[in-house]
Design a protein around this ligand. Structure first.
Ligand SMILES: NC(=O)c1ccc[n+]([C@@H]2O[C@H](COP(=O)([O-])OP(=O)(O)OC[C@H]3O[C@@H](n4cnc5c(N)ncnc54)[C@H](O)[C@@H]3O)[C@@H](O)[C@H]2O)c1
Length: 320
């Protein structure tokens, strides 16, 4: 589906990925872009630059509010469903995680039932857990190790059910370790920004566990492009796509690289491994690559763009 002239609803639109999706929807000529976010984790600063645009409407609201979701979905042609409770909070707040990730997704699907709305649902490699050997294809069994992996896995199942039973036009796009500007350096998640933030402030990055856990870091604009690739291909409806770069990097190597590039060289600091942390969540990405997906920004380029952004945030903070 062409985005030009269409109305786009982005749930979680003030978040890291959602705000970049909003930029791209405008670039592609969307007629209207509605950003739904309860700001539990999103930041108005992510979308401040968009608020003067006549096509943009920000709604502070909850994806669990079915009446609101029903109204917003009715007025949209395309729904990019990003709103979710985060992995790092899911052990401490499993109910919030379950409600946001399952009921929120259920609401979108239920509101789209009987319509031709086009949905891309943001899922995660956390539904799969770690690979024992080799790369995991889309049909690899779910083996979640966190409440987040369980709730996002259930959301995938709802998407598949609503597609099969009611013909809801939804594609499931699984991200793996997205990074880039607007991922907070002072949050609980987003190790690239966090390490850069620490090092720029003269502190050592803190590694949970032995640092051997591998991540396939993917630059945010490549995940954004993948959403629009899904929209452009109707044959993706009803299917799951793993979306990740070909980077495979142990956390320890990331820490060393960030220190070498941006730091005073500090000794690495290790903390206790986080419960449920996946050691090798490595996907097979041949399915999305067959559609034309390619990493457009190398890891080093993405790292530098993230560094510039974190530096800007820190400078703005210290200027206040
Ligand atoms: N960042 C990653 O590495 C990554 C990896 C895999 C999957 N994902 C998925 O991508 C999506 C976007 O993640 P992100 O990294 O941009 O995180 P984010 O936290 O920056 O964005 C999520 C947004 O959803 C909002 N939100 C949370 N609960 C809500 C609710 N009940 N109602 C309305 N808004 C709500 C938050 O305020 C936030 O702005 C999520 O679905 C996440 O599960 C992200």
């Amino acid at each position: 589906m062409e985005v030009k002239g269409k109305s786009v609803l982005i749930t979680g639109g003030a978040g890291f990925i959602g705000s970049h999706l909003a930029d791209e929807a405008l670039l592609r000529g969307a007629k209207r872009v509605v950003l739904l976010d309860n700001l539990v984790n999103g930041r108005m600063s992510n979308i401040e630059h968009l608020m003067k645009r006549s096509e943009i409407e920000f709604i502070k609201g909850d994806v669990c509010d079915f009446d609101l979701v029903k109204k917003l979905v009715a007025n949209a042609d395309i729904i990019l469903h990003e709103a979710a409770s985060k992995l790092v909070f899911s052990r401490d707040r499993p109910r919030l995680d379950m409600e946001t990730n399952i009921i929120g997704t259920f609401n979108i699907l239920e509101a789209a039932k009987g319509t031709d709305k086009r949905i891309v649902h943001a899922s995660t490699g956390s539904v799969l857990g770690s690979s024992i050997s080799g790369e995991m294809r889309e049909d690899h069994p779910h083996n979640p190790t966190t409440p987040y992996g369980i709730s996002k896995g259930s959301a995938e199942r709802y998407c598949q059910f609503y597609y099969r039973e009611f013909g809801v036009r939804v594609t499931i796009l699984r991200y793996f370790h997205v990074f880039g500007p607007r991922q907070p350096h002072d949050g609980e998640a987003g190790v690239v920004s966090i390490f850069i933030g620490k090092v720029l402030q003269g502190q050592p990055p803190l590694i949970f566990g032995n640092g051997e856990q591998v991540r396939c870091f993917t630059y945010v604009l490549d995940d954004v492009a993948a959403n629009f690739l899904m929209l452009a291909h109707d044959e993706t409806i009803g299917h799951i796509y793993n979306c990740a770069s070909r980077t495979r990097m142990p956390i320890k190597k990331l820490a060393e690289m960030v220190c070498a590039k941006y730091g005073p060289a500090t000794p690495l600091v290790y903390g206790e491994a986080r419960p449920g942390e996946m050691l090798r969540p490595i996907p097979d990405t041949s399915k999305i690559e067959a559609l034309g997906f390619r990493e457009s920004v190398t890891f080093e380029q993405g790292l530098e763009k993230t560094h510039e952004w974190v530096k800007g945030v820190l400078n703005a903070g210290s200027a206040k």
